[in-house]
Design a protein around this ligand. Structure first.
Ligand code: DX5
Length: 219
């Protein structure tokens, strides 16, 4: 089953809990986009926001650290009660150790790749992670367009994982819409991270239901 993960970024922060809880029954998990203004140009929010939401829902939480020094924050974000913690390969010179630290903190580990970063960059940890996150936009902003050549990257990474018999989640994040979600799922994604197409739609619940129908046509 392909999962839909609403991305908590392009929300009305004055109504954040309300917007998250409104879709919690449809969400397979929530993705929290943590941005530090260094690795990406924008500052979003920190661990305290995630901690405050944790008791409000039982949905799984995934933290996407778009930060320059992720190893500094592993303990803090592990203590938010999140289930997954994903770091960017581009800012982890000691990636094996960082992934190990995440797992030692009791959280499932993910590694993210920007559009121009090849899957070979994470070959040393590919068997250790629970999630590989492929960015289909250059990170830092919601509401961008899906980079078309990323569909081929999803296919290639899916083939790579299948050839190695690796069963981690293959997440795709950025510019995913009702119009393109089925194609991205067919290319091999197992989790679609969706921000503006859900939270800026007139009916977020209906949008998630429609996406689920499109990405799991046989279910
Ligand atoms: C980019 C963010 C976004 C977000 C999804 O840094 O990571 O990709 O999760 O936002 P949309 O779906 O609006 O591209």
């Amino acid at each position: 089953m392909v999962k839909i993960a609403p991305a908590v970024l392009m929300v009305d922060y004055g109504r954040l809990a309300e917007e998250v809880l409104a879709v919690e029954k449809e969400a397979d998990l929530f993705q929290f986009d943590v941005m530090d203004g260094h690795f990406v140009p924008v500052i979003s929010y920190g661990a305290s926001l995630i901690r405050s939401l944790r008791p409000r829902t039982t949905a799984p939480f995934a933290v996407h650290l778009m930060v320059q020094y992720p190893e500094r924050y592993i303990t803090d974000f592990a203590r938010t009660g999140s289930d997954y913690l994903t770091v960017h390969a581009e800012v982890c010179p000691h990636l094996d150790r960082t992934i190990q630290q995440i797992k030692e903190a009791g959280v499932k580990a993910g590694v993210a790749l920007n559009p121009s970063t090849p899957i070979e960059a994470v070959d040393s940890v590919i068997r250790d992670v629970d999630v590989i996150l492929l960015m289909s936009v250059n990170p830092g902003f919601g509401g961008q367009g899906f980079l078309p050549h990323m569909e081929q990257k999803v296919e290639q990474v899916r083939q790579h994982l299948d050839a190695l018999e690796i069963r981690c989640e293959l997440e795709v994040d950025g510019g995913i819409t009702v119009e393109n979600c089925a194609r991205i799922a067919k290319a091999g994604a197992s989790v679609l991270v969706v921000g503006s197409a859900i939270f800026q739609s007139p009916d977020p619940v209906a949008t998630i239901r429609e996406m689920k129908r499109l990405v799991n046509p046989l279910s």
